[in-house]
Ligand binder design. Structure first.
Ligand SMILES: [Zn+2]
Ligand SMILES: [Zn+2]
Length: 280
């Protein structure tokens, strides 16, 4: 997981070269700083501290963190939610005001995380559903990141073969090609954990038929490419920094490459990623 300093350094680096992304990068800079302040005060307990059970769960194809494991300080989380809402209000005052009008529904949601039936629980927010989903996910993020730090080391390379996150079950939002043998690492959009996954397989539908998968490379940014899956019509942005001097910071690369999401969408491909829906 990248440190706050690494994220801020990467934001500064990108800001110079991609002036169109100033607004989005400013927003994430504020979120990362606020998140780090929460993270510094946190310590979650390892749900597998007796050393048992984790290997079996992975063998059965289940992510390690169960709903009942997710323990959090509801007051601290509500504080962070409110800080995030202030940050959102600077960019999107109307959206933030609409969420504030639903304070009862928001309060109920925050007391029982992760949400059970997310579609039902987001219904009161109407047009603001995506924004609320983003806020809920980001509010949980400091706790999820701590769980990812504890649980990721329990996931051996040979133990997990799924396209979703071995820690929290989230979908990948970004990938990286690394090493001499072109291995691929996926990054979870929810907890930030990463795991290896075969390069020529779609993490969303599992197809390994090579003719169903293609990559396109934008001319202006050769360090990125996008995997397109013709079987399920999903796509995944991917970085290949092996020949570049920059260091990869997946959480920064994702918002800084939203132009690639636009290209993928125009070609008829889709994503479950809430950030993309919110920003584009
Ligand atoms: Zn995860
Ligand atoms: Zn697929």
């Amino acid at each position: 997981m990248s440190t706050l300093q690494e994220k801020l350094r990467r934001i500064d680096q990108i800001r110079g070269g991609r002036p169109g992304f100033g607004d989005i990068l400013d927003f994430f800079e504020q979120v990362f700083i606020a998140r780090d302040a929460v993270l510094q005060k946190l310590a979650v307990a390892d749900p597998y501290q007796d050393g048992h059970g984790s290997a079996q769960r992975l063998r059965e194809g289940f992510p390690l963190l169960e709903k009942r494991h997710f323990q959090y300080d509801a007051a601290a989380l509500a504080d962070y939610f409110s800080t995030l809402l202030d940050i959102v209000a600077r960019r999107n005052p109307g959206g933030a005001a609409a969420i504030r009008l639903q304070s009862d529904a928001a309060g109920g949601l925050l007391k029982n995380l992760p949400p059970g039936d997310i579609v039902k629980e987001l219904a009161p927010f109407g047009e603001g559903r995506d924004l609320m989903l983003f806020l809920i996910k980001e509010s949980m993020r400091p706790w999820l990141e701590q769980y990812a730090g504890l649980l990721s080391p329990k996931v051996g390379e040979e133990q997990w073969h799924e396209g979703c996150c071995p820690v929290c079950g989230g979908f990948p939002c970004f990938a990286e090609i690394f090493g001499q043998e072109n291995q691929r690492r996926l990054f979870c959009q929810d907890c930030g954990a990463s795991w290896q996954f075969p390069r020529l397989q779609c993490p969303f539908c599992g197809t390994g038929e090579h003719e169903k998968l293609e990559y396109f490379k934008p001319d202006a940014a050769p360090e990125y490419r996008v995997m397109l899956c013709r079987a399920c019509k999903r796509y995944l942005k991917t970085a290949d920094f092996r020949e570049f001097s920059d260091a990869l910071v997946p959480e920064v690369e994702h918002p800084a490459t939203l132009h690639l999401d636009i290209i993928a969408r125009e070609r008829g491909y889709k994503t479950e990623d809430v950030l993309t829906r919110l920003m584009l």
